[in-house]
Ligand binder design. Structure first.
Ligand code: FES
Ligand code: FES
Length: 158
């Protein structure tokens, strides 16, 4: 039976009506128009649907919507909605870090969490933070370069 669930997305309170078995990803994409999070494996294994729930990295494809009642959800859209946009956005553009782009949503969400927790990540730490994410193109090095570039810029005084 459809239930009403209230939570916040990118700082905005929302209330949706959904079936209990609907996933957070279903609701983000189909009800809230936030299509940055992608459906890849649907099994919590590829990272394409990554979002933050109360500051923790989660697979939105693997989370029932009822589990986010009262939670703060952050999606990749928050990175470009801020003013100025998150330094990762510009760095990924400059480094052309991506090929198909399908996996980039999750990679950007993970990278933003990494840089929030560690402003000076080594290349190995960046690679480890992206372990979950499946990217089958040839952009791996450019993705690491972009995250390093963003980290450098975030260290610079504004
Ligand atoms: S689509 Fe969610 S982890 Fe792959
Ligand atoms: S950017 Fe698409 S698989 Fe890497």
């Amino acid at each position: 039976m459809p239930t009403s669930i209230a939570f916040s997305v990118n700082g905005r309170p929302v209330e949706v009506t959904a079936e209990p078995e609907d996933t957070l990803l279903d609701v983000l994409r189909n009800q809230l128009g936030l299509t940055g999070a992608r459906f890849g494996c649907g099994a919590g294994q590829c990272g394409a649907c990554a979002v933050l729930v109360d500051g923790e990295l989660k697979a939105a494809c693997h989370m029932e919507i009822a589990a986010v009642a009262g939670a703060k959800v952050t999606t990749v859209e928050a990175l470009s909605a801020s003013n100025p946009p998150h330094p990762l956005i510009q760095a990924f553009l400059e480094k052309q870090a991506g090929q198909c782009g399908f996996c980039l949503n999750g990679i950007l969400v993970s990278a933003s969490l990494l840089l929030e927790r560690n402003r000076h990540p080594s290349r190995a730490e960046i690679a480890r933070a992206l372990d979950w994410h499946l990217c089958r193109c040839g952009a791996h090095n450019r993705i690491l370069d972009a995250i390093e570039l963003a980290a450098t810029r975030m260290k610079e005084p504004a």
